[in-house]
Design a protein around this ligand. Structure first.
Ligand code: PRP
Length: 172
């Protein structure tokens, strides 16, 4: 299946560095917990963490709502929970994409019950047009059209995650 480039690798890297600087400015002197939401955020998470000057602890959660298809089911399941106790900590949730907002709304609600000092959200991509549940995104890379995108961590049936760029998957 062909992939048309939407965001080139260089464009992504430039934006990720800008986002890292914005996080550094707000969390200077703190040791936040960066939470990767697996699997899609892996490349963004790794690039963002390394572009930041702020020392951070890294942790991982996996939730699922897509189940391998092209549309969201709206059902969120925890597959892997955090190892770190985030009570009293500054948390930055790192997502590859916010689509309907279902996953992020669920995560924000869940983390609030654990009494963190603050929770911020860094998302590389957002499809504002597709939003069903309103969610705040503190650091956004790119607001994109409501197209099915793959690459830089995003998949279609577990494929295309390794592309260094983000592109639109064509059905043909
Ligand atoms: C994607 C993405 C978000 C969620 C966004 O994950 O990483 O977590 O969907 O969609 P929503 O805003 O409609 O809830 P996915 O379930 O595809 O898992 P993956 O990251 O492992 O591919």
């Amino acid at each position: 299946m062909p992939v048309d480039t939407m965001l080139a690798a260089e464009q992504i890297q430039k934006r990720v560095h800008e986002m890292a600087q914005a996080i550094d400015r707000e969390l200077a002197g703190e040791t936040p917990v960066l939470v990767a939401i697996l699997k899609g955020s892996v490349h963004f998470f790794s690039d963002l963490a390394r572009a930041m000057e702020t020392d951070a602890e890294l942790d991982f959660m996996q939730v699922s709502s897509y189940h391998g298809g092209k549309s969201s089911t709206g059902v969120v399941q925890i597959r892997k929970d955090l190892d770190i106790n985030v009570e009293g900590r500054h948390v930055v949730i790192v997502e590859d994409i916010v689509d309907t907002g279902t996953t992020l709304a669920y995560l924000l609600e869940l983390l609030e019950t654990r009494h963190p000092k603050s929770v911020r959200v860094a998302a590389l991509l957002s499809k504002t047009e597709a939003r069903v549940t309103a969610v705040k995104v503190d650091y956004l890379g790119f607001d994109i059209a409501n197209e099915f995108v793959v690459g830089y961590g995003l998949d279609y049936d577990e494929r295309f995650r390794n592309l260094p760029y983000v592109g639109i998957l064509r059905d043909e």
